[in-house]
Design a binder for this molecule. Structure first.
Ligand code: NAD
Length: 357
């Protein structure tokens, strides 16, 4: 089978931010068939899939990854050659107030997916077994925090600090155990902070764009000197496709866009871009709205990725620079208020959470 011959890809969490970017990419740019299994939590949004929803190669199933019977039935029916597992609780601040959902979905849910995948994989013929992949999408936050220099690599020891990153670390370890113990052909990717269109407005970049346009304060945690390494979501979708098509089972790949920025630099950049393309009516800069607020408890200082392995071994490289990606993102939010306005009004997506001690 060549890399681009059509495969049946079961995507979990395909109505989320990264999952929907992956599903749109698979249906637009590859011949693969996609089944999207998603519970549609507050973070899931079928409107993000409108551009491909009518494709004959696309199927949606609403189910919880912790529902073993529903997962097994979906797998038996769809007969996937690849399971790309993104469904998760993903917001660090929410994990501080309510870690139970993170343990249930990220740890128990991943266990349920692995158990169902193993049962199914064991029933395949030799070719089916050899071609099958279980791809787990994880985060660089499992590696903890860096000082001002150095980078995360695939060899960095795990050292998670938040309930979110601890739950993702646990799920990574389960996935690796299913390879080491049972031989299930798994792949793990750990990526840095994603940004781009269709990002739920609770996250830093869309939050700042939307609050800036509303004339509200732009809340920067602490001094804003925490560093994140930004990855444009469509670059990530291409990387994920490359990994499940050509990655080596049992390996992990870390994915980043070589775009480190402090949070205050990101917010300042958003203000400068808006000043240029959507100036405030009073002629002042959006930067006047920046307000420093109490820091997040346990806030990791710096994340930075060395993506040399995926660049060298799989030939993937980020196409978007931070400057081009942030401008595309801002323009998308300006043009797609009908996508984000209901999330702000009905789901309270821009209220601060995560300060409980
Ligand atoms: P998201 O919160 O935008 O989307 C998560 C999706 O999973 C939603 O559609 C939601 O409905 C679904 N979901 C949640 N619980 C479920 C359950 N129990 N059963 C079925 N579906 C469920 O998340 P995202 O930002 O797209 O992240 C996707 C994956 O990538 C996650 O595993 C996350 O840990 C990882 N990740 C994200 C980032 C980032 O910057 N966003 C960075 C590194 C890793």
């Amino acid at each position: 089978m060549t890399e681009q011959s059509p495969r049946r890809i079961l995507v979990t969490g395909g109505a989320g931010f990264i999952g929907s970017a992956l599903v749109r990419h698979l249906l637009r740019d590859t011949p693969h068939h996609v089944l999207n299994l998603d519970k549609l939590t507050y973070a899931g949004n079928l409107a993000s899939l409108d551009p491909i929803a009518n494709s004959p190669r696309y199927t949606f199933v609403q189910a919880d990854i912790g529902d073993a019977a529903a997962v097994a039935a979906t797998i038996a029916d769809f007969q996937p050659q690849v399971i790309t597992h993104l469904a998760a609780e993903s917001h660090v601040d929410r994990s501080i107030d309510g870690p139970a959902d993170f343990i249930q979905t990220n740890v128990v849910g991943t266990f349920t997916m692995l158990s169902a995948a193993l049962d199914y994989w064991r029933g395949l013929d030799a070719d089916g077994k050899a071609g099958f992949r279980f791809h787990h999408i994880s985060t660089d936050e499992v590696f903890g925090s860096l000082a001002d220099d150095g980078f995360f690599t695939e060899a960095t020891p795990y050292d998670p600090h938040s309930p979110y990153s601890a739950s993702k670390a646990a799920s990574d370890h389960l996935v690796r155990a299913w390879y080491d113990t049972y031989g299930l052909p798994v792949l793990i990717t750990n990526c840095s902070n994603n940004y781009g269109p269709y990002h739920f407005p609770e996250k830093l970049i869309p939050l700042m764009i939307i609050k800036a346009l509303a004339g509200e304060d732009l809340p920067v945690y602490g001094a804003g000197l925490n560093v994140r390494d930004w990855l444009f979501v469509d670059d990530h979708a291409r990387a994920l496709t490359r990994v499940f098509e050509a990655g080596t089972p049992g390996e992990s790949y870390i994915i980043g866009g070589r775009a480190e920025r402090t949070n205050i630099a990101v917010v300042t950049r958003i203000c400068e871009t808006l000043d240029r393309i959507r100036p405030r009516s009073d002629g002042r800069s959006y930067a006047a709205q920046i307000a420093h607020v109490a820091d997040r408890p346990g806030h990791d200082h710096r994340y930075a990725i060395d993506p040399s392995k995926i660049e060298r071994e799989l030939g993937w490289v980020a196409q978007e620079s931070f400057d081009s990606g942030i401008e595309r993102t801002i323009r998308w939010y300006l043009d797609n208020e009908s996508w984000w306005r209901p999330l702000v009004e009905q789901k309270g997506a821009i209220k601060r959470v995560g300060l409980s001690g």
